[in-house]
Design a protein around this ligand. Structure first.
Ligand code: GRF
Length: 201
C-alpha cells in the first residue's frame, strides 16, 4: 500500500493560496493537506479549510516558544510544511525538526523586497516606488535565518506604466496560485516520496 504524504499549511489571513493548494491535492491520492494552522482565530483561511473537511488548529505565541507547536505538527504526522501568508515566525523547534521540508512564498522577486515590513501591499508599493519593470513571486526554503533560505522557484510578471500596487498584487497572486501547488507537489515527491517512489513498500 502507498503511504500518503501529509502536508500542513500555515496561514494567517485570507488563504487564497491555501485554498488553491487544498484544491490541487484534493485530486491527488498519495499526498494530502492534513492540517491548516493559523496564529489568528477568525482568519478566513480557517473557514476555507473547514469547508474542505481539513483539521484546523489556532496557536498562541507561547506555543511557538514552548515547543507545543512542534508537538501539534508531530501529532498529525506531518511530513512537509508550506507557509502561505503566515505572518509569524514558525520558530526554531519546528524548523530544526523539518530540515528542507518547510517552504514559504513571497510576493516579490527575492532577494529584493524581502525582510522586515515587506508583506502584503507594502511589498507592491515598494516595487512601484523603485520603478521596477518586473515583479513576481519567489518560493524558498525556510531556515533558521529566515531570509537566507535557498530560492526554489521564481515566476515573473511585467510592471507597466498603468500598474498600481493593487494591480501588481493581483498579477502576482495569479502567479502564486498557478505555481505554488505544483511546486509543493514536486518538492514533496522529491523529499518525501510519492506513489512512484513508494511503490512496493
Ligand atoms: C501572498 O501574496 C503570499 O505571497 C504572501 O502572503 C500572501 C497571502 O495571500 N506570503 P493569501 O492569504 O494566500 O490570499
Amino acid at each position: 500500500m502507498h503511504k500518503t504524504s501529509r502536508i500542513a499549511l500555515f496561514a494567517s489571513g485570507n488563504g487564497s493560496n491555501a485554498h488553491q493548494i487544498i484544491r490541487h491535492f484534493s485530486t491527488i491520492s498519495d499526498i494530502e493537506v492534513a492540517l491548516v494552522i493559523s496564529n489568528k482565530a477568525g482568519a478566513p483561511v480557517l473557514k476555507r479549510a473547514a469547508d474542505h473537511g481539513i483539521t484546523t488548529y489556532v496557536h498562541s505565541a507561547e506555543e511557538i516558544q514552548n515547543g507545543q507547536l512542534l508537538k501539534v505538527v508531530r501529532k498529525h504526522a506531518i511530513d512537509f510544511i508550506a507557509l502561505a501568508g503566515y505572518l509569524k515566525q514558525i520558530g526554531t523547534a519546528v524548523i530544526a525538526a523539518y530540515p528542507q521540508k518547510i517552504v514559504n512564498i513571497h510576493p516579490a522577486l527575492l532577494p529584493k523586497f524581502g525582510g522586515k515590513g515587506m508583506y502584503g501591499i507594502h511589498v507592491h508599493r515598494a516595487v512601484i516606488a523603485a520603478r521596477e519593470t518586473l515583479s513576481g513571486m519567489t518560493i524558498h526554503y525556510v531556515t533558521e535565518n529566515y531570509d537566507e533560505g535557498a530560492i526554489i522557484e521564481q515566476q515573473t510578471c511585467p510592471v507597466t506604466a498603468g500598474d498600481t500596487a493593487e494591480t501588481i498584487q493581483q498579477k502576482v497572486l495569479q502567479l502564486e496560485h498557478a505555481h505554488y501547488p505544483k511546486c509543493i507537489e514536486r518538492l514533496v515527491r522529491f523529499h518525501i516520496g510519492g506513489a512512484e517512489s513508494n511503490t512496493g513498500q
